[in-house]
Design a protein around this ligand. Structure first.
Ligand SMILES: [Zn+2]
Length: 425
């Protein structure tokens, strides 16, 4: 298709981002909603991209383009966005004891009944077999529930070597730990100056993760579960009883009660006979209705009266946000994470990265100070002004289709001093 060659890269990048920014749900909608969308669409996309294209592409042009562009290009773009947000201090309110919280979690992306490429992960469930692709995501925690994709490691067949005869749970653990061992060194290389605290599921609470974190000068808060490290759990229970003074109780206006307990200097020897010491903390939360939840974590961060609440919240409880804000939102909305935008392995990875880039922009719009100010001027909250986040995307789509965006809205001199503040309420 020679047509793609006539479009500037920047223009096609925005054409791709549009798929997710306007939550179109499928590639074909690019044609229906944008190509045949309205006279201002071409001018508005040119404004965004700083180009002078004279025609709009079709959805196949995007697919063709993504097949040609290297994934590294999208990764570089994401790095620039993250570094800008860090420099603007937009994420600082969510730091934990001065460190950036990096939420790490894996999720399924694509699932087929038949093998679709040589790298499919294979899972047998009784009589049928599933062919999967998964990704391990590292997301920076921001204020107000914002999560910023910082890096993504794809998990495939090579990671599951020797899967035959092993339990699904074991294979999953093996794959995700191997992916983690590729992901963390790459993050260290890209962001050598940032001090992270990794927030992780109990699956990662083992020697290889402790060693990587120590090597890079990072910290971690990992879910502490009896089943993962039984001996350590027993030691914790014994020490906890021995120091009853390590306790803090908080009562909230809504009737919730939180009780924190902690133990310092737990000793642990991993499967390679390396010795580690870290602290443990727990939080029991009881609602006014009497519902009780229990959480526990391991961390080398200093635990004590002044720190346990912050560690439990930002390092522990907020990890669900990767699940909630990150994956569920990307799956259950027009962003359509699990939709098969392409079955070509290189292309669908590009679609995935495009989605991550667009989701950063979507959240900055939804949670940013500019929209808050607009709502405040109308004397309403953002949710009252738009009704739902889906409506924000729809209004954006209406805008690109029916409003010709003025040149001075894109004046870099006016935009330069703007600082994006994020909703911290
Ligand atoms: Zn495959």
């Amino acid at each position: 298709m020679p047509e793609a060659c006539t479009y500037a890269t920047r223009f096609l990048a925005w054409w791709g981002l549009a798929l997710y920014l306007f939550q179109l749900g499928s590639r074909r909608q690019l044609d229906y909603d944008l190509r045949d969308g309205g006279p201002p669409v071409l001018a508005n996309l040119n404004r965004l991209a700083g180009t002078q294209q004279t025609t709009l592409p079709v959805h196949d042009t995007l697919d063709h383009f993504l097949g040609h562009v290297k994934l590294a290009g999208w990764e570089r773009l994401r790095r620039q966005m993250v570094q800008r947000l860090v420099r603007m201090k937009a994420l600082d309110a969510a730091r934990l004891l001065g460190r950036f919280v990096l939420l790490i979690d894996g999720t399924g992306l694509l699932c087929f009944r038949r093998r679709h490429c040589p790298d499919c992960l294979v899972q047998r469930h009784g009589t049928h077999t599933l062919y999967l692709h998964q990704v391990l995501e590292a997301k920076l925690l921001g204020p107000g529930g914002v999560v910023v994709s910082l890096d993504s490691e794809f998990i495939d067949n090579a990671d599951a070597g020797g899967a035959r005869g092993r339990r699904t749970e074991e294979v999953k653990q093996d794959c995700e730990l191997k992916a983690l061992a590729r992901l963390l060194p790459r993050i260290k290389k890209a962001y050598p100056q940032l001090r992270f605290v990794l927030a992780l599921d109990s699956l990662y609470g083992c020697g290889p993760m402790f060693a990587l974190a120590e090597q890079f000068g990072w910290s971690y808060v990992v879910t502490f579960k009896e089943g993962r490290t039984p001996a350590l759990w027993q030691e914790y229970q014994a020490l906890r009883r021995a120091c009853p003074e390590n306790a803090l109780k908080r009562q909230w206006a809504d009737g919730r009660v939180q009780e924190f307990r902690w133990v310092k200097q737990l000793a642990y020897r991993d499967s390679e006979d390396r010795d580690w010491t870290f602290n443990a903390l727990e939080c029991t939360e009881t609602t006014a209705a009497g519902e009780r939840q229990y959480f526990a974590w391991l961390t080398p961060l200093p635990v004590g009266r002044n720190t346990v609440e912050e560690i439990a919240q930002k390092g522990g409880r907020d990890r669900w946000k990767v699940e909630n804000e990150g994956f569920n939102r990307q799956k259950n909305s027009g962003l359509n994470l699990e939709h098969v935008y392409s079955i070509d392995p290189e292309k669908w990875k590009a679609y995935y990265l495009l989605l991550q880039l667009a989701f950063i922009l979507v959240q900055l719009l939804e949670r940013g100070s500019l929209l808050q100010r607009l709502a405040a001027a109308a004397d309403r909250s953002v949710s009252k002004l738009f009704g739902s986040l889906k409506n924000v995307a729809r209004r954006l789509l209406e805008s690109i289709r029916f409003v010709t965006w003025a040149e001075d809205w894109f004046d870099p001199r006016a935009a330069g001093p703007l600082r994006i503040g994020l909703d911290t309420s």
